[in-house]
Design a binder for this molecule. Structure first.
Ligand code: DX5
Ligand code: ZN
Length: 227
């Protein structure tokens, strides 16, 4: 199954004093989705934002609010992120013992369900979840921070996951270290959604958003050419 390439800038690399304007700027510059990294200082060693922030930026997002929950536990917060307007809610397989229940709970809210895998997690664990997900997020860094280096061993994981998915129209999202150099590797292996934080926001600002558009276009072109 080959789905169109989508670029999902992570606002973890945006100006934290200006999230609404940053969301409008990246969409005007060609972003397909807006990726929101929620961190709890427990599952990952960093803290970011919660449901109130997602609700606040929702009116500034016309495309898709893609919420990546790097939190444990997840289940007590699913309703809050659904009510905040998330379109996709992604939970980590490593975040608790009952990922099946978590995915069901996300789908019960009417939102799309995503499943994220840390770099050290194998794909055997997702075999029985394939019909419960709309998206699988392959982490190509250890989650917690933007600007880390791409972990190349994950490319083979993407290839094997795409084969395992067969004809299912499930997105494979890549998160971490995506650049014009690494995007072709994962696109060729079967990924279709590319999250990029530092590589999209570098050199630009709300006052000067053209670099955002140039980076988004360059990453998209590199990925499409590699398929
Ligand atoms: C990492 C986050 C990523 C991160 C990507 O924990 O999930 O979304 O912001 O940032 P870059 O593209 O800079 O690696
Ligand atoms: Zn993320």
């Amino acid at each position: 199954m080959q789905l169109p390439i989508k670029i999902a800038p992570s606002i973890l690399s945006a100006d934290f004093a200006n999230f609404g304007a940053e969301c409008r700027a990246i969409e005007a510059e060609g972003a397909d989705w807006v990726h929101v990294d929620v961190m709890d200082g427990h599952f990952v060693p960093n803290l970011t934002f919660g449901p109130a922030m997602c609700a606040a930026i929702r009116p500034h997002i016309k495309t898709v609010m893609d919420v990546h929950l790097m939190i444990a536990p997840v289940d007590p917060y699913i309703a809050a992120f659904a009510n905040a307007g998330a379109d996709i809610i992604t939970a980590h397989i490593e975040a608790g013992p009952h990922i099946h229940r978590t995915l069901q709970a996300i789908r019960d809210t009417g939102k799309k369900a995503g499943l994220a895998l840390n770099p050290g997690t194998g794909i055997e664990a997702v075999e029985h979840l394939l019909d419960m997900v709309d998206l699988i997020c392959v982490m190509t860094v250890n989650p917690g921070f933007g600007g880390q280096s791409f972990i190349a061993s994950q490319v083979d994981k993407v290839r094997r996951l795409r084969a395992m998915l067969g004809a299912r129209p499930v997105h494979i999202e890549i998160d971490g270290g995506v650049t014009v150099e690494t995007a072709p590797l994962v696109a060729a292996a079967g990924a279709d959604v590319l999250v990029a934080g530092s590589a999209v926001f570098k050199g630009g600002s709300v006052a000067n958003p053209a670099p955002y558009g140039a980076h988004i276009a360059a990453i998209r072109a590199a990925a499409e050419a590699a398929r």
